[in-house]
Design a protein around this ligand. Structure first.
Ligand SMILES: *Cc1c(COP(=O)(O)O)cnc(C)c1O
Length: 458
């Protein structure tokens, strides 16, 4: 704990130091992420194509590859102030316990009721919907974090919020459901008989417990069928990465305040929004030739889109109603095993993160669930925060890096994203504590079978 007197446990920015603009990393990318394609014509989606589904201003953000900084409206900044700036924590206790010369920092995004970083984009999306004069928004939620965040944002702005929640989560996570209902959201287990696509799926697969891809299809249909409603999405899209850049901008400002330069930056990757947001300002420096960093994306071995997927155009949902996105994908028909990191069970990856990975700006590793929970419980005991299973993927790799520094004697500075708390994931912890957790890794044959069904795009 050599520098404990010079660098605080928690580096908090002052309120006035909070970023006033989001950073759009696409502006500095030489190879831009590939455009979304219309699922029927395979032509790039225009603003006119996207506006019936998404809010107008969000469509502009989605398509903007050139503007580096986009102002954060004052109303959103006022909301951010309720739980931001979030702390950048020096993991002194973890360093000591691991006996490592490495310096470990984590950016903690779990300090709000929804319990994760998703609120950063939820409030932005709800704000633009309100500004457009809409009545409400529809969305899907898998593990429940996104639905919770969106419910909070909509309640704050007085917008109606309709959430299609994957049926097995709806049943297994009654407390998440009740938080959403407390904030006034209408929560429907998916598949449901309230939409045509839901009725079709129910007829074909009676008794199904649902999937994220199926809930997306229902939410999109529900938005299209109601006057004054639009669909919103909590990850994957460029606009979501843009909003999440607040994580990276704050992290960089806090590090700069104490003249700290990270060597390694680590984040978990589901759809890529927290990782993309955390790394954006640092990748910007790499892209502009100013600095070098090692960046690592961590994904579950049960759903390894970057490490074992294919870089190709694919649907974003199972019902094949969404536009096609070029991304690292396992195929939209791929159903990952029932892992406990629900937020990382997505077949694809943000097209921005995919392009950066393709161009060699970041590495990716996959980790097994039991190893992740070993790290999660270790971290909970040492650092006092009970981490979300998703976040614990990043903890695992940060710890492995620090342990390696112990062997080599290197004093690396490691920064990782701690995206949320695990209070609603106690069933997962229970499995782990009872020794009943398993690692289900897809075989090459299984992946080949789902990748064989990718849409043909030339
Ligand atoms: C949703 C979620 C993730 C994964 O989503 P990304 O879009 O990849 O960031 C990670 N951690 C937590 C706590 C989440 O809720």
């Amino acid at each position: 704990m050599s520098d404990i007197h010079t660098i605080p446990y928690k580096i908090y920015l002052e309120e006035h130091e909070m970023p006033k603009a989001w950073y759009n990393v696409r502006a500095d990318m030489k190879n831009k992420p590939a455009p979304l394609l219309h699922p029927g014509t395979h032509q790039p989606m225009t603003a006119a194509d996207l506006e019936p589904v998404f809010c107008k201003e969000l469509v502009q953000q989605e398509l903007d590859d050139v503007t580096p900084y986009i102002d954060i409206p004052q109303e959103i900044r006022d909301f951010y102030k309720m739980y931001r700036p979030s702390p950048l924590v020096r993991a002194y206790c973890l360093e000591e316990k691991l006996q490592t010369p490495a310096k470990i920092y984590y950016k903690f995004e779990g300090n709000n009721t929804s319990g994760s970083h998703k609120l950063n984009s939820a409030i932005a999306q709800a704000y633009y919907a309100k500004k457009q004069g809409l009545k409400g928004v529809t969305t899907e939620t898998g593990a429940g974090q996104w639905g919770t965040a969106l419910s909070m944002a909509c309640a704050y702005l007085g917008l109606d919020c309709q959430v299609y929640m994957v049926k097995c989560s709806y049943e297994q996570k009654p407390f998440r459901r009740e938080v959403m209902r407390t904030y006034g959201a209408q929560v429907t287990p998916s598949p449901s008989n309230t939409t045509e696509v839901g009725r079709k799926i129910l007829a074909e697969h009676p008794g199904t417990s649902g999937s994220l891809g199926c809930a997306i299809s229902e939410a999109v249909e529900a938005a299209a069928n109601q006057e004054g409603y639009r669909y919103v999405l909590g990850s994957v899209l460029n606009q979501v990465l843009l909003h999440q850049s607040i994580i990276g901008l704050e992290t960089k400002a806090a590090l700069d305040k104490y003249n700290i330069t990270p060597d390694v930056i680590i984040g978990c990757a589901g759809g890529g929004s927290n990782l993309g947001g955390l790394i954006s300002p640092f990748v910007g420096e790499i892209l502009r030739g100013e600095k070098q960093y090692r960046i690592i994306a961590v994904e579950p071995a049960s759903c390894p889109s970057l490490t074992r997927g294919k870089y190709a155009y694919d649907f974003c949902d199972t019902g094949m109603v969404t536009p096609l996105a070029k991304m690292y994908t396992l195929g939209s028909n791929f159903i990952p095993s029932a892992s406990h990191a629900g937020g990382l069970r997505y077949h694809g990856m943000s097209s921005t993160v995919s392009q950066l990975y393709h161009d060699g700006f970041l590495e990716a590793v996959s980790v097994e669930q039991t190893k992740v929970f070993e790290a999660a419980t270790y971290f909970a005991k040492v650092e006092g925060i009970l981490p979300a299973p998703e976040s614990s993927h990043a903890i695992r790799v940060a710890m492995d890096e620090a342990i390696q520094c112990r062997e080599t004697g290197e004093e690396k500075t490691i920064v990782f994203g701690l995206t949320g708390t695990g209070y609603f994931d106690m069933v997962a912890y229970q499995r782990f504590n009872d020794g009943e957790m398993t690692d289900r890794i897809p075989t090459d044959e299984e992946l080949a079978a789902s990748l064989a069904q990718l849409p043909k795009v030339d």
